[in-house]
Design a protein around this ligand. Structure first.
Ligand SMILES: NC(=O)c1ccc[n+]([C@@H]2O[C@H](COP(=O)([O-])OP(=O)(O)OC[C@H]3O[C@@H](n4cnc5c(N)ncnc54)[C@H](OP(=O)(O)O)[C@@H]3O)[C@@H](O)[C@H]2O)c1
Length: 398
């Protein structure tokens, strides 16, 4: 599929890079996610050059939410989903400095990351290390920047602290666990579906089933509670998270996975989640010495103009990557034709780490190559507990 591209004379274009993510003809007429194709600009500086490499993009939980209409102010359909990708620079806007055609990069994109050619402002583009594969790069920015900013920019994680993270086996969850391990003596409490526990047990200190009474479990181990609660579930987990905070502890809400309960948007789940959210009383926060915060990376990037801050975070993360202290966990690679099965896998809670849409893949699910940590979750998908209600595969995109 071809991405919409702005007029080459526009200011946006002049500051933009093309990331060459060219797919073969095989794909061009098969993936029709409501795509609007527009011709590429014809000027010398902006014509994408066909590339030998056909790099991938990340599939995130938020893509499920976008598809279901579970987000505020979604763009008008038809749209191309996706917020992050990796690729090779194919063309540069006239005013772009510091990048060359052929550079290997990863990027945030405000939608359209699943297109074969992506045009994005240079402020959202980052060069990747030579030994980082494109799959790793596509799995890197969203998960690690989110995890890093919450732990270090918002909650000020320090030696000896404790962290509770939900969906510990997911993309962000695994990034949180790895970043916590870079600080001495951090205790990580995680919740996840039980079938994942064996695979992720070494990444966290204490693991609980996602259906367990985790408040009691945490208090049994640490009567005072924890220093940081990272809540991507929302609903009644907000009150539970706040109740687990030690004095001076920080609760961060960064998602609302609980709203996703079926293959389409559920107003019941939405209302239930909203209704169950603890109504916060600032006076109580003051008396109990608790901090409550929210975090949205996409808003920070695309609405609140903090790309400079995030570039600094990406630099620190790439340093940790180069020191081999962190490494993206890639769950599985999927062809674009398999996007509905890939989404279903997240929906079925089958993933450990990040799913990647790889335009070079044939439509048979393949596990990631050796250069990237992969899970065996694909083979266990049908067997794990706790998701019997989701066993039947439902068509997501028709
Ligand atoms: N605010 C931000 O800037 C930001 C950025 C990135 C992600 N997020 C949020 O962080 C969360 C994790 O994102 P991710 O992309 O890393 O995804 P992910 O954790 O890989 O998502 C899949 C996992 O979430 C868990 N889950 C919880 N509720 C679920 C539900 N209703 N349906 C299906 N799975 C559910 C499942 O694990 P278990 O069954 O093991 O619990 C599942 O395997 C999401 O809520 C996402 O919106 C926020």
């Amino acid at each position: 599929m071809e991405e919409q591209c702005d007029d080459p004379s526009s200011a946006l274009f002049l500051d933009s890079l093309y990331l060459g993510v060219r797919k073969s003809e095989r794909h061009s007429d098969k993936v029709t996610l409501g795509l609007l194709a527009k011709p590429h600009p014809q000027s010398r500086t902006c014509c994408p050059v066909p590339s030998q490499t056909e790099p991938p993009c990340g599939l995130n939980f938020i893509d499920l939410m976008v598809r279901q209409g579970n987000i505020d102010n979604p763009p008008k359909t038809p749209l191309v989903p996706g917020f992050e990708c990796s690729g090779i620079v194919e063309a540069l806007g006239d005013s772009v400095k510091g990048y060359e055609i052929g550079d290997r990069v990863m990027a945030f994109v405000n939608y359209n990351a699943w297109a074969e050619v992506v045009c994005t402002p240079v402020e959202f583009v980052y060069k990747i290390p030579d030994d980082m594969s494109f799959s790793e790069a596509a799995a890197f920015p969203m998960n690690f920047v989110t995890a890093y900013m919450m732990l270090f920019e918002v909650a000020n994680l320090r030696e000896g602290m404790s962290v509770l993270v939900h969906s510990a086996g997911g993309g962000v969850g695994q990034a949180v666990a790895q970043l916590c391990s870079t600080i001495p003596s951090v205790t990580v409490f995680g919740t996840a579906s039980t079938f994942k526990h064996e695979a992720i047990k070494d990444s966290v200190t204490h693991l609980f089933d996602r259906n367990a009474d985790y408040v009691q479990e945490v208090k049994r181990i640490s009567a005072e509670g924890v220093d940081i609660v990272l809540d991507c579930l929302c609903g009644d987990n907000t009150g539970k998270g706040l109740s687990l905070l030690k004095p001076l502890g920080t609760y961060i809400l960064y998602g609302s996975s609980n709203m996703v309960t079926g293959e389409t948007k559920s107003f019941f789940s939405f209302a239930k989640s909203w209704w169950q959210v603890e109504k916060v009383n600032p006076i109580k926060l003051y008396e109990e010495n608790k901090v409550i915060a929210g975090f949205s990376l996409l808003n920070l990037l695309f609405k609140q103009g903090r790309a400079g801050l995030i570039r600094g975070v990406v630099d620190k993360l790439l340093e940790l990557y180069n020191q081999k202290k962190i490494k993206p966990v890639v769950d599985s690679l999927w062809a674009l034709e398999e996007v509905k099965e890939a989404m279903q896998r997240i929906h079925d809670r089958g993933n450990i780490g990040k799913l990647i849409l790889d335009v070079e893949k044939t439509p048979t699910p393949l596990m990631a190559n050796d250069s990237t940590e992969t899970s065996e979750a694909g083979e266990e998908e049908e067997d794990h507990e706790g998701d019997s209600e989701n066993k039947e595969r439902m068509p997501f995109i028709q």
